[in-house]
Design a protein around this ligand. Structure first.
Ligand SMILES: C[S@@+](CC[C@H](N)C(=O)[O-])C[C@H]1O[C@@H](n2cnc3c(N)ncnc32)[C@H](O)[C@@H]1O
Length: 501
């Protein structure tokens, strides 16, 4: 089955020669984002959220380096009211830019802090910065690719979406080839992964005819881009009971957009894909102080810029910190001075798990992170460079490592009807699904330039460390995503063990 799919995909109508034609005029994804060719025969298509190992160690935050304890805070019980002792906190300013007029988002954030009479959590800051309906980072622009802020695996190579297509078809087989299935993507970006999945599987009519695609996306701008990249058309009055439908002409499948997973209709077997979605979910940060774990908050300082402060009292998020700590060994927590937790990720995992439990099917989660407690990973990236987390909010991406152990525990807590597999590395995942065969098949029929691009994309997806072929600026060395990105699956037990876990 796997091999057949890989061979069929290679013969599919997305031939490389067609891609070459499109690339020369409109910039197809195969050739998009090219850097000046290095002297060796490989050229990467663009950096991911990781560059050189040195720059990856600089997440770019203005950290609280020293905190004087509030002597009254150490014995406080969790409280919904947050007040902060601002007198004794050391917050060196790292804002080197000239003062400029506040953006709409900065005014909005300052308004919240002033209205509350105190700072907001890093999670609330992150949520506003990324998804504020008027001025959030994702809301009004295309942030992907060389002209944007960062690049993701589907944008690196078509092979990524094709391999996810292989996994999805295998899952559908294991589900007994249902005649109707909901295929849900959380945070589809430009829609590139789904487009490559549909192109790659379009010859398997039984499969594509079963699909109803559901895109969970908060950004109106990205929704439009997804509509365009899936080559959607509006179909009027198909039948009496279904009035108006949006159809992706890539494989003739209906597509619907939603703001949240809860809005996707239930009752049908479901496959859920979440690629680089979890890392955009808002995290709370905690720092160890002599009075115990204190939540890191965002406040306004006297010169009107933002700064981090520590809450003197337990905050509501402490409950999640306690929950997360119970899933960890004491030694794991004891060695840490910072901890990040993501209640939204825990809640989302439970929603996914309950859906898979009731409707059947499976979910695939791919992201960068680790299989354990995350310490201090929040990072801001603007135009492919790490920047200060508090600098010009809304103009840079914020993301954090994903805690795969918390995903596993949250899923186990939500239902006994599912099994959780992995995490395994992206390299293991793509390798076991046959990306080696796929790249070889594509290389049979491509131009020299496409060959470079394919080889570089392949390396970036499965490689590790700094690109061996890079001869450009040191700070822009592409980093292999093969071991930094992890893959986990949550599957209804009726489906057995998913490929390739
Ligand atoms: C890092 S991008 C990943 C895009 C895509 N999966 C890829 O790999 O190229 C995050 C995506 O999730 C969307 N997103 C972020 N937070 C969201 C939320 N709370 N609800 C719905 N979509 C969200 C963003 O608009 C964007 O499409």
């Amino acid at each position: 089955m796997l091999r057949k799919l890989l061979l069929q995909t290679s013969a599919a109508r997305r031939s490389l020669s067609a891609a070459a034609g499109a690339a020369s005029s409109t910039g197809s994804r195969v050739l998009l984002d090219r850097r000046p060719s290095p002297s060796l025969s490989l050229s990467p298509r663009g950096p991911s959220r990781f560059y050189s190992s040195t720059s990856a160690q600089v997440p770019g935050g203005t950290f609280v380096e020293h905190v004087d304890d509030d002597p009254n805070g150490s014995t406080s019980q969790p409280s919904a009211t947050i007040s902060v002792d601002r007198s004794a906190l050391y917050n060196p300013s790292e804002h080197s830019h000239e003062p400029t007029a506040d953006s709409e988002l900065v005014k909005h954030l300052k308004g919240i802090i002033k209205f509350r009479g105190g700072p907001i959590s890093v999670a609330e800051y992150m949520e506003e910065v990324l998804t504020n309906p008027k001025a959030g980072f994702y809301i009004n622009r295309d942030v992907f690719g060389m002209k944007g802020d960062f690049i993701t695996s589907p944008e690196v190579s078509q092979m990524f979406g094709e391999m996810i297509g292989v996994w999805t078809m295998c899952m559908w087989e294991q589900m007994g080839q249902p005649s109707r299935v909901n295929l849900v993507e959380l945070g589809p970006g430009r829609g590139t992964l789904m487009a490559d999945l549909l192109r790659g599987t379009s010859k398997f009519k039984l499969f594509t005819e079963a699909l109803h695609i559901h895109m969970v996306e908060c950004s109106p701008m990205l929704r439009k881009l997804q509509h365009s990249n899936l080559k959607c058309i509006e179909e009027e009055n198909v039948t009496q009971d279904v009035g108006h439908r949006t159809i992706s002409t890539l494989a003739g499948t209906p597509v619907t957009w939603h703001a949240a997973l809860e809005q996707v209709p239930s009752g049908l077997p479901t496959i859920i894909i979440a690629h680089e979605f979890y890392d955009a979910l808002p995290i709370h940060q905690f720092q160890r102080a002599s009075r115990g774990w204190c939540e890191k908050m965002v406040d306004i300082q006297e010169d009107s810029s933002f700064r981090f402060v520590l809450s003197p009292q337990p905050t509501p998020a402490h409950l999640y910190l306690m929950k997360r700590s119970q899933w960890a060994a004491d030694e794991e927590i004891e060695k840490l001075n910072h901890i990040e937790i993501c209640p939204t990720a825990m809640d989302l995992t439970q929603t996914i798990t309950k859906r898979i439990s009731s409707d059947g099917g499976g979910a695939l989660i791919i992201d960068y992170g680790r299989n354990g407690v995350i310490s201090d990973s929040l990072q801001a990236i603007r135009k492919h460079k790490f920047v200060d987390i508090l600098d010009d909010p809304g103009s840079a991406d914020l993301s954090a490592y994903v805690d795969f152990a918390a995903i596993k525990h949250s899923a186990e807590e939500a239902s006994e009807d599912v099994s959780i597999h992995g995490p395994i590395t992206q390299s293991q995942f793509l390798g076991a699904l046959g990306i080696n065969f796929r790249v070889e098949a594509l290389l049979q029929n491509c131009t020299d330039e496409q060959e470079e691009s394919l080889r570089a994309g392949y390396w970036q997806l499965v490689g590790e460390g700094e690109a061996p072929f890079w001869e450009g600026p040191d700070e822009q060395v592409p980093m292999g995503m093969g071991t930094r990105y992890l893959v986990t699956a949550i599957v209804n037990k009726k489906q057995g063990v998913p490929v390739p876990f």
